[in-house]
Design a protein around this ligand. Structure first.
Ligand code: ATP
Length: 288
């Protein structure tokens, strides 16, 4: 028996870091939405009880360090499952890019194995389990659009943004989220207005969404990788409606309403950056 799951990337429409907690995590407020750039996860039943993971990407480990493997192991242990699975990951989301590719793979494995192994866990149970793997996994279990608080695991669903193009460009550097948080100094840091972004989504205002995008981590990553600022400038010059770095970066995205303008920005970045994508927003949420 085989099950296919789509694992979409997310972008941060806003990301605010409030303070560092005593447990070492940062308290955040993030508005996230899924986009139509996705890994494809193939789950094949294994009767021998073993978990096996494979991907063709040289940037992703094919062993127990893979977040998809960790998701399967956690589910197997917690629900005392005797069955096994072979996980194949078709990796389309850039790795260590601020797009939560690994978290989305883990979330897709939780959803898919819930079906393959017939566990009948609710989405809420899967999201709670996901939080044990990583802060972005809970959001990725549901997908859609949400405000994530706490260390990212507390999810409040929000309406999807109006449909538009998302043009993404990833500079050739990989960025570790941990190192960006370490370099962050919260004194004098920029803080986006999360409440205003939530209101913009609730009132379905594309213009307000565009004017409220903001990311506390952006200045830190720009300080380490000047390419991020160069890409932002090029997108602005191309007439993007909004431009922002996603997560801890280094991927930069622009929101663009007009087809021709999005295509122009995409074409101009193609010669400049190795990884460029032009995709649609995904407004919907997982319901199974
Ligand atoms: P976030 O936006 O949640 O911070 P990211 O996009 O910056 O995530 P990922 O692509 O999820 O980062 O990868 C981060 C690290 O996790 C990489 O160093 C990678 O080797 C490791 N990793 C483990 N499993 C996976 C996986 N299935 N896909 C991608 N990376 C994985």
């Amino acid at each position: 028996m085989q099950i296919l799951e789509k694992a979409p990337a997310k972008i941060n429409l806003s990301l605010d870091v409030l303070h560092k907690r005593e447990d070492g995590f940062h308290e955040v407020e993030m508005v996230m939405t899924t986009i139509d750039l996705a890994d494809r996860i193939e789950l094949t039943y294994k009767p021998d009880g073993k978990i096996q993971v494979e991907s063709e990407s040289r940037f992703v480990p094919n062993d127990e360090r893979n977040l998809a493997y960790r998701a399967a192991k956690l589910l197997k242990d917690r629900y005392r499952v005797a069955h096994g699975v072979k996980i194949f990951i078709e990796k389309n989301i850039p790795v260590a890019a601020g797009l939560a590719g690994g978290s989305s793979d883990a979330a897709a494995v939780l959803r898919g194995l819930n079906r393959l192994w017939g566990l009948n866990a609710s989405m809420k149970e899967l999201a709670e389990l996901g939080a044990e793997i990583g802060s972005d996994v809970s959001f990725c279990v549901y997908g859609g659009t949400a405000l994530a608080t706490g260390r990212g695991e507390k999810i409040q669903h929000l309406p999807a943004p109006p449909p538009c193009w998302v043009v993404l460009a990833k500079p050739s550097v990989g960025v570790s989220t941990h190192s960006i948080y370490q370099a962050l100094s919260l004194e004098n840091a920029f803080h986006p207005d999360t409440a205003a972004m939530v209101e913009a989504l609730r009132t379905d205002s594309f213009e307000r969404i565009c004017s409220e995008v903001g990311n506390t981590l952006e200045a830190v990553t720009v300080g380490l990788h000047a390419e991020v600022d160069q890409i932002k400038e090029q997108m602005r010059q191309g007439g993007a409606d909004a431009v922002l770095m996603s997560g801890s970066g280094p991927t930069v995205f622009s929101l663009v309403a007009q087809d021709a303008r999005a295509q122009r920005i995409y074409n101009s970045l193609k010669g400049f950056c190795a990884e460029v994508y032009m995709v649609r927003m995904l407004g919907y949420r997982e319901t199974t």
